[in-house]
Design a protein. Structure first.
Ligand SMILES: *[C@@H]1O[C@H](CO)[C@@H](O)[C@H](O)[C@H]1NC(C)=O
Ligand SMILES: *[C@@H]1O[C@H](CO)[C@@H](O)[C@H](O)[C@H]1NC(C)=O
Ligand SMILES: *[C@@H]1O[C@H](CO)[C@@H](O)[C@H](O)[C@H]1NC(C)=O
Ligand SMILES: *[C@@H]1O[C@H](CO)[C@@H](O)[C@H](O)[C@H]1NC(C)=O
Length: 756
């Protein structure tokens, strides 16, 4: 943490003088008061948000009767983030059991009752332990008890950076680690030392990426490894010493940086499937998105490509349980990251590949085979929710095809979980899947979906459309007590006619203390999401949480304008080349609709905030006073100021090239830039603006924030710059997150707070 809690709660007011040129006005008087959050036992404050426990995705064992649950909770008092792993029996009321281990490691299942646990020791080596669970189920006389035997050390890894563990029941552990060009895990430590002691700190590049997301790219790349991890007949576990680089001799790198993890590969008994950037573009990574899928033996060999070669990005490759079919998500267009993802199935026996969701206008986000392999479960955004769907897998066609002839039951995914936002699918025996789910009112929890056997039978036997009638049962409940009595808003949907009379959706959250009919009683904030190919979904966020704004007393409006995902591909695609166009027609119309519909809103106390594309939107609105939003203050977090410069300075160049119709110097792009670059309209700026930027934001370098601040200052517009030197495109550090909220709400309060 950069600042102590006390300092960060006070803000930097004493260190950063307010603008001496500010006119004497009521706003000035308000600014001089020291700002405090709205607090109280019934208020969910920013501090509560930061300190609320965070439940990770559950991982069940093969038998599907126990689940591992990562859980972390930050404490300002201790200045410590407690990271623990719990185990809970599924379908039992026995309390989750906290593993008796040092905080902060990674765990995975070895078998039904044994876990492996990987943790860095005090001697700075990465150790692997086995831990046997002990379980006494509940009886009529006693409650059930879960405990464990003491952990047993199995061995150490050659590095401390091994991660993303997946265990194959055939006795191999597959994981990722980063290696030097020799690809050899056992030489990494030595080469790390040589690199650290090279006598200078220069980084030299002949090709992109030179930096990515929040770090400068070094000499190492990600690769996948396998090592023997097997139980002897006398139940003793043995950890091998030979680490096989499964991608040796290729130009492949998986998981794919910067966000790839266990979703980028999967293991069956014999094989490992993975996605990697197309090696043909190894020197042009920054402007290509094409990723190929390969399969390789679990002990190595020559990887075999499964993709056709004409795809764009691929994600989430998976193998079915018996290992004779693979599936992944595939996009069509190289150089775009938001075209429609489709499910592709690959029959490994027949060597035939076919697309399953060619005709479905939604974009699946993750997928998994059912345990028996006859169905595929997947998540997809749909009208600002992330739902779980299922499709039966048709028999494999004769030849590979992207558009197979399919009867209706294979074309219409059946929704299973329709509310809020699901993720982290895992299929379990007996017609069940495990998911994580969150909403505006509750952070992620683990849920068990039951009764899918009956649904699958119905789908198989009927040609009519079928409905899921099973149960969705909550497994974890770590945070409920902390949220009790806070009365968080569920969010209400609204629809209005946007640009070209297309139906556009948004959310509104009423403020704490809202009473019907109290006219002009509450300030209002418009939140603008990033992407722009993203959406405000009925989902929990630890960064931009609409309820935190509502709890501070603001009517909170979150609109999904043109470019947003989950409303069909045409709506998402329509923002390309039109950043300053249709989305702002949508936002103006939605804003008008809200002001007309809620007399409780005081439109003289309106503010807006956005990050990334949302920050572009703030800078764009600054330059377009004729939109008449009437905002009294703006907040721009990591936003685009100069789009042309951004087309050169961002690391993922494909993104600009796609959305601005070419490179910054291309004719088409130049025209779009002339129309839609915020810097071209700075002369019209006039609204007080807070600018926030992270110095490790390499997607949108901090000079965009600094540039906007310099413009505001020279125009004598009340403005403030907040820099987080150690944050990337997101503010993740707990203390910084609280400071972020402090500065944002303090800024709003200065201009639209109650004058008393
Ligand atoms: C436990 O209680 C149930 C219902 O009260 C009863 O049917 C069952 O026989 C009891 N089991 C034992 C082992 O006592
Ligand atoms: C990796 O390096 C070690 C130590 O230099 C060496 O013994 C081993 O043979 C190398 N492995 C491979 C696969 O080259
Ligand atoms: C979660 O805990 C809260 C109280 O802390 C309780 O009211 C609620 O019923 C629990 N929900 C589940 C699904 O266990
Ligand atoms: C909770 O919020 C709703 C909607 O804002 C409001 O109608 C209700 O009175 C609130 N309940 C409590 C107990 O504050």
């Amino acid at each position: 943490m950069r600042f102590s809690f006390a300092l960060s709660a006070l803000g930097l007011t004493s260190q950063v003088p307010l603008q001496p040129s500010l006119p004497e006005s009521s706003t000035m008087t308000t600014a001089q008061k020291s700002f405090q959050f709205v607090e109280g036992p019934d208020v969910f404050t920013p501090k509560d948000l930061v300190e609320l426990g965070r439940t990770g995705a559950g991982v069940a064992n093969q038998a599907g009767d126990f689940v591992l649950i990562p859980y972390s909770k930050f404490s300002f008092e201790e200045k410590k983030n407690h990271k623990n792993i719990y185990v809970a029996p599924l379908e039992s009321s026995v309390q989750p059991f906290k593993l008796p281990l040092t905080e902060g490691g990674e765990a995975f299942w070895l078998n039904g009752r044994t876990l492996a646990y990987v943790l860095e020791s005090e001697q700075k080596t990465l150790e692997i332990f086995a831990l046997d669970l002990l379980y006494e189920p509940a009886t009529n006389e006693s409650v059930g008890v879960l405990s464990s035997k003491p952990p047993v050390l199995l061995g150490t890894f050659p590095t401390t950076s091994a991660s993303n563990f997946r265990y194959s029941t055939d006795g191999y552990l597959v994981f990722s680690d980063s290696v030097y060009p020799d690809g050899n895990l056992t030489t990494v430590k030595e080469q790390d030392e040589a690199w650290e002691n090279r006598g200078n700190t220069a980084l030299v590049y002949d090709h992109t990426y030179e930096r990515h997301w929040d770090h400068w790219v070094g000499p190492k790349t990600q690769s996948l490894f396998s090592v023997r991890l097997v139980q002897d007949p006398d139940h003793k576990w043995t950890f091998g010493s030979e680490f096989v680089n499964l991608l040796a001799g290729t130009e492949h790198s998986s998981p794919v940086e910067p966000f790839g993890g266990t979703d980028d590969f999967d293991v069956s008994k014999q094989s490992v499937i993975y996605t990697t950037l197309d090696p043909a573009f190894k020197d042009e990574r920054a402007w290509h998105t094409k990723q190929n899928v390969y399969i390789v033996g679990i002990t190595g060999g020559k990887p075999r490509e499964l993709t056709s070669g004409s795809q764009g990005a691929t994600h989430n490759p998976v193998l079915n349980h018996v290992g004779d079919k693979a599936a992944w998500l595939e996009l069509d267009e190289d150089g775009y990251e938001s075209d429609r993802a489709k499910i592709v199935i690959y029959d490994l026996k027949k060597n035939v590949r076919f697309t399953l969701t060619q005709k479905w206008d939604r974009s699946p986000g993750s997928l998994v085979f059912s345990k028996e392999g006859e169905f595929i479960y997947f998540t997809a955004g749909d009208h600002a929710k992330v739902k779980v769907f299922v499709l039966p897998i048709p028999s494999t066609p004769e030849k590979s095809t992207t558009d197979p002839q399919l009867s209706p039951k294979y074309l219409s995914p059946v929704p299973i979980v329709k509310d809020s936002a699901s993720s982290g699918l895992q299929s379990l025996p007996y017609g069940r899947i495990l998911i994580s789910k969150s909403s505006f009112t509750s952070p992620n929890d683990v849920y068990l979906v039951k009764g899918l056997d009956a649904l699958q039978t119905q789908i198989t036997q009927s040609d009519e459309s079928v409905k899921f009638s099973g149960e969705v049962e909550q497994v974890t409940n770590f945070t409920a007590s902390d949220l009790e009595g806070k009365n968080l808003s569920k969010g209400e949907e609204f629809w209005f006619k946007g640009a070209d009379d297309i139906d556009v959706q948004g959310w509104i959250l009423k403020p704490k203390g809202w009473k019907k009919g109290e006219t002009k009683a509450f300030p209002v904030v418009l939140l603008i999401h990033g992407g722009p190919q993203g959406a405000w979904e009925d989902q929990w966020s630890t960064r931009w949480n609409p309820n935190v704004f509502a709890q501070q007393g603001y009517f909170t409006v979150a609109i999904n304008p043109t470019g947003s995902t989950s409303f069909g591909q045409a709506f998402t695609d329509a923002i390309a080349g039109d950043w300053g166009g249709k989305p702002f027609v949508d936002l103006q119309k939605g804003w008008k609709y809200i002001l007309e519909s809620y007399p409780e809103i005081d439109s003289d106390r309106a503010v807006a905030a956005g990050a990334s594309w949302g920050g572009y939107a703030i800078n764009w609105i600054q330059g377009h006073p004729e939109y008449n939003f009437g905002f009294k203050a703006l907040v721009c977090h990591d936003g685009v100021f100069d789009s042309s410069y951004n087309g050169f300075s961002t690391e993922e160049l494909f993104f600009f090239n796609h959305d601005w119709r070419g490179r910054p110097w291309d004719k088409d792009s130049e025209q779009v830039l002339r129309k839609f670059n915020p810097v071209n309209f700075v002369h019209k700026w006039g609204t007080p603006q807070l600018v926030i930027h992270g110095s490790k934001d390499y997607r949108l370098p901090e000079t965009d924030g600094i540039g906007a601040f310099h413009a505001l200052q020279q125009l004598h517009i009340p403005s403030r710059l907040v820099i987080f030197p150690n944050e990337n495109h997101w503010v993740l550090n707990h203390g910084n997150s609280l400071k972020w909220h402090y500065e944002v709400f303090r800024w709003f309060d200065q201009f639209v707070g109650k004058k008393d």
